[in-house]
Design a protein around this ligand. Structure first.
Ligand code: PLP
Length: 396
């Protein structure tokens, strides 16, 4: 007698690579001790939150006895929180948005689910540019959508607009891009986004209904070497930015995110009404109270990004020294090197023998590569050098 649905049974049996590595990591650490294992498998931000986060919490505690301090609120978040966020988003995007253009959610993950619930008919297609954040496929099928992927350019992972266009059918409803990218670290240029927008306008007209463009941007704050991350909002009318404070404030467990619609989308009030409803009926009800207080107080602050920059340099040094092929990440906290020997699953197994944990690219729709996260101290990165060198030597 099965207690769970066939679909979820299938997911559990396949179980994500990140999960597998997480479990393997626990076992290795138990056997050899924490310090013997170099774990680059999880993207859980380890830097301390900026002091503004603690200040906000103390203020919340001081007001905890006020009526409705932790009560329900409008399903899209406190009006004051949306006002404050609109100012910040306008600055970050270089494009003016208003409180009514955005809604607060339970993380970027909650925003994506609310969006898919609001716009997808059963069988509608959602395309993600590969390699992609693993959870997208689950979110799409949560809402009866069909998940498809379009590969980016080999090795550079730049947008391949023809490859995206080749995946578009009359059922295409959403294209999702992620820049700075998890897992590749690529940042798309303004020219790439403009060409993408032009293609989507043409295909939307052909289809007789808009194809939405979602730009998933939780790593916007983390672009290196002075690179700016261009905004999709002025480029394409049916665009939306999804983001959160999980990474820039190291607040991943507190679940505060948002979705902001392009002010160029004339009918956006209707879509915002739908998102407010779906945010509620998916069971999120409203974004977290404490998280909104933290967000509003800490807007404009972020974790010390120089630490991530130093780790990136250290990791690049370790990988280059050992002879790995990779492109330097322009943003986010991941490397996506080529797997020596070509078989990413086998290579990660070999790395694990050296007590180095990485995730095979196959899990992200990028076979032949593997992902390393630099959410660990520089000393762990330096310590991993011997393991990386030994692992690659087995394929030479
Ligand atoms: N999108 C990408 C590309 C991510 O890497 C993550 C988290 O790792 C998310 C969305 C989800 O973030 P949140 O914690 O805001 O739900």
């Amino acid at each position: 007698m099965s207690l769970i649905s066939a679909e979820i049974t299938g997911y559990l049996e396949k179980s994500s690579w990140i999960r597998k590595m997480f479990e393997a990591g626990i076992a290795l650490k138990k056997e050899f001790g924490e310090d013997a294992v170099c774990d680059f498998s999880l993207g859980n931000p380890d830097l301390p939150a900026p002091p503004a986060v603690g200040e906000a919490l103390r203020k919340v505690a001081d007001n905890a006895d006020k009526p409705f301090a932790f009560g329900y609120m409008p399903n899209g978040g406190f009006p004051w929180a949306r006002e404050a966020l609109a100012k910040q988003v306008s600055e970050e995007q270089g494009y003016a948005v208003e409180a009514g253009d955005l809604l607060l959610s339970c993380g970027a993950a909650g925003a994506l689910n609310a969006f898919f619930r609001a716009v997808l008919e059963a069988g509608d297609e959602v395309i993600a540019v590969a390699p992609f954040f693993v959870e997208y496929g689950f979110y799409v099928s949560n809402h009866r959508g069909v998940f498809k992927t379009a590969m980016s350019r080999p090795d550079t992972f730049e947008l391949d607009i023809d490859a995206v266009e080749a995946q578009i059918t009359v059922k295409t409803r959403v294209l999702i891009i992620n820049s700075p990218n998890n897992p590749t670290g690529v940042v798309y240029s303004k020219e790439e986004l403009e060409a993408l927008g032009a293609m989507l306008e043409r295909k939307s007209a052909e289809n007789g209904r808009p194809i939405f463009l979602i730009s998933d941007e939780p790593y916007r704050f983390l672009a290196f070497d002075g690179i700016t991350v261009p905004s999709v909002l002025p480029i394409y009318p049916y665009s939306a930015v999804v983001s959160s404070f999980s990474k820039n404030l190291s607040l991943a467990g507190e679940r505060v995110g948002y979705i902001c619609l392009s002010p160029r989308m004339e009918e956006r009030a209707m879509l915002m009404g739908a998102l407010t409803l779906t945010n509620r009926i998916l069971g999120f009800v409203n974004p977290p109270v404490i998280g909104q207080h933290i967000m509003a107080h800490a807007l404009g602050f972020q974790v010390d990004v120089d630490v991530y920059a130093r780790r990136r340099d250290a990791m690049a040094e370790v990988l280059a020294e050992a002879g790995y092929e990779f492109s330097m990440p322009k943003g986010a906290f991941y490397f996506f090197p080529k797997a020596p020997g070509g078989d990413d699953v086998e290579f990660c197994r070999v790395l694990m023998e050296e007590k180095v944990l990485a995730v095979p690219g196959s899990g992200f729709g990028g076979p032949g590569y593997f992902r390393l996260t630099f959410c660990v101290g520089e000393e762990v990165i330096r310590r991993s050098a011997a393991g990386f060198a030994k692992a690659i030597a087995k394929f030479k």
